[in-house]
Design a protein around this ligand. Sequence first.
Ligand code: IMP
Ligand code: MG
Length: 181
Amino acid sequence: MKTVRTLISKQEVSSRIDQLAEQINQDYKGKVLHLICILKGSVFFTTELAKRLTIPVTMDFMSCSSYGSGTVSKGIVRLIKDLDEPIEGRDVLLIEDIIDSGNTLAYLMKVLRARKPASLSLCTLLDKPSRRVHFEVEVDYCGFQIEDLFVVGCGMDFDQRYRNLPYVGVLEETGGEASES
Ligand code: IMP
Ligand code: MG
């Protein structure tokens, strides 16, 4: 059976998103910020962040996947859903749930940069720096750095489950009944 151990509480996540939003509000003062949410994992973080932004924002969504399933990303990234709108000349903030190898972001940043936005920054709720393979991926706004653990909640899944947990948890194998707190 799998159980979920709390790693970062709902309150800690919420306070940290407050801080990130405050920083972003300052950094983009006087500008319109175009948020790009990477489906599906960053939906929860993107909406929480967006609700705290007081600068004008617009939003778009894209989806990509690494080939393969399970807990390890395979390295080849495929674009499943592209943006609805062009980003040329816009101030863009790409929002991710978690950066692991950096594979997904290295690919996406390259694709988006080629479309000539006025600026392109990266915001992630979680970062696992010890797992990085693509060191060219620079994170502008990071919620929390974590160790090499497989986490769920706040949008992150294991086999599409657990995304709705309001905290960040670590999946652990136990012998007993399933529990999620
Ligand atoms: P990367 O391409 O190796 O950086 O992996 C990034 C993607 O892998 C994230 O957007 C997540 O979808 C997924 N991922 C990486 N680590 C975790 C984790 O600990 N839990 C859930 N998903 C993860
Ligand atoms: Mg993801």
